[in-house]
Design a protein around this ligand. Sequence first.
Ligand code: ADP
Ligand code: MG
Length: 622
Amino acid sequence: MRSNFKTDKMEDIIHLLPDAVANQIAAGEVVQRPASAVKELLENAIDAGATTVQLVVKDAGRTLIQVIDDGKGMSFNDARLCFERHATSKIRKADDLFSLQTKGFRGEALASIAAIAHVELKTKRAEDETGTLVLIEGSEIKEHSLTTTADGTSIAVKNLFFNVPARRNFLKSDNTEFGCIEEEFTRVALIHPDVAFTLYHNGKLTYQLKPGNFKQRIVGIFGSHFNDKLFPIEQETTFIKISGFLGKPECAKKKKAEQYMFINHRFIKHNSLHFSVESAYDQVLPDGTHPPYFLCIEVDPATIDVNISPTKIDIKLQDDRVVYGFLHAAVKKAIGEFSLVPQLDFDYNTELDLDNVPQGGPVRVPKLTLDPTYNPFKSFANPSRGGGGSYHPQRPTTAAPDWDNFLKEIHNTELVSEELPEQSVMQFDESPATNIQEVDAFQMFQKRYLVVKLEEKMYVFDTVRANERIIYESYLQALKEEPVVVQQSLFPETITLKGSKAELLSEIKDDLLKLGYDIEPISGGNFAVNGTPHNEDASDVQTLVENLLDDYQSNMMSYRAEREKNLALSLARQKKSVMKPLTALPEVNNFLQQLFSCLMPSITPSGAKVFEVVELESLFRQ
Ligand code: ADP
Ligand code: MG
């Protein structure tokens, strides 16, 4: 350790602090509570290449924090040297900071911990015959000797803050402190699913995590109910890769959601990146709720600075805006794809929600619970959203909408959103309520847009898009449970298809029958249309089927959609425009009822928004 520096001039008053004191001061930044020591020790174990890491904690870390790993261990000398400040094996020169592959690099964690606790280190490299024992208390080496021990490293930190009573007194209840330890443990364990972890608290096995993939690790930590709460995100360009899992909108929480973001395998806290994720959900979530997410971002280490705080969880990005935009777009895209093509859970093979399209009947309560008071326009202008509100629909008044202002609002909104990268073109909106009240006045605009007033807000529905959503879900149901009734034709029409289209039609003809189309191959590319859906205009089946097959084929490529959903989507797209303008109140109420009985009323299965909400108050403002 550094020797005390003495001056011979009595009038000089500056002196260097002894190492023990300097380390104690540094410890104030690095080790704020037991959980901070846990984080540093776990990260050292990972950096040492461990495949199995055990964490043993007593009294929420007050009396003991021990980390045992099977990593590469340390030599006799290194075992002593690692407690020196700025002693690290991870970087040699400042430049190395920008090509970091390790968690640690500041070389101050062990020095800090040793300054404020009793530490027992046992370590052995596989190539050495014997291991090393080091005992150190308040920076003072008490023992440095050979010992027998397993390959790897065990560091036991006892009586944390024994010489810093102020810190000790500031510790919270065991519950809180252990909660913080669990959180640190979770952060490290999540992003290293290939490493086995165990956590014992007061002799009790609290976590036992087997090596596996990321999804299995999430489920291992948070429980099997997470298995069907998530959908994957995967997006890559030459400079950034995003992967991981996002929570389904219906899993959003009012309180703390499970939100984990990692950059280059390091847990980070980054407000604007966090906001870029949450805002991508904006229009599918009620106000004041937060989606779970588990995101792994990989960028060139040269483009981030992780050395801006001693705890290394804050980072600086060279180009915030690009990462922000990309992340935002990737999350939106993933949400859009999920709503269109719910993925099968590849690990556990459980089907996701959209597969369980509810049974028929007049009113089905949609899964999405969304907040009607949230105004999407406001959210574009002002990122911080207020708290949620309750839903008390009022009778509509007779005030006529101010179209000029309304269109201006929409226009402004689009201008703002244009700043986002191209991938983010999909827009979502929220639904007014789970249990839609009847309206008693409405307006149609351009024969397509339905305007109703609920509470102090104006809702404008694109009825064609709404129709796409409604029929998409009804087709899914027809495919699974209740086939559409076929109207047999007396004089079957013949249609002709070429090559792959003819093959495809033969392949999906059984499913088409469930949707009301009874089509049988005759010869070559000729098919007889023996029946069409009951109660439907059956004109021009040739064009309908051709367009349907075109769409089906391109969905197959762009969405890897499974057969039934693809068919439902393709047919819904062909049929959406048969939506007739709504003319009478009962029709309107029936339409709203149908839409809000859907699982995802706010977006079409192709990801376009179904309605807009405008606060009336903002319409009449200048
Ligand atoms: P840093 O991790 O920033 O290098 P630390 O104070 O945490 O600083 O650790 C100092 C050094 O001690 C590390 O660089 C590493 O060489 C060694 N070390 C610490 N923990 C372990 C471990 N569990 N296994 C092997 N080596 C370790
Ligand atoms: Mg370290």
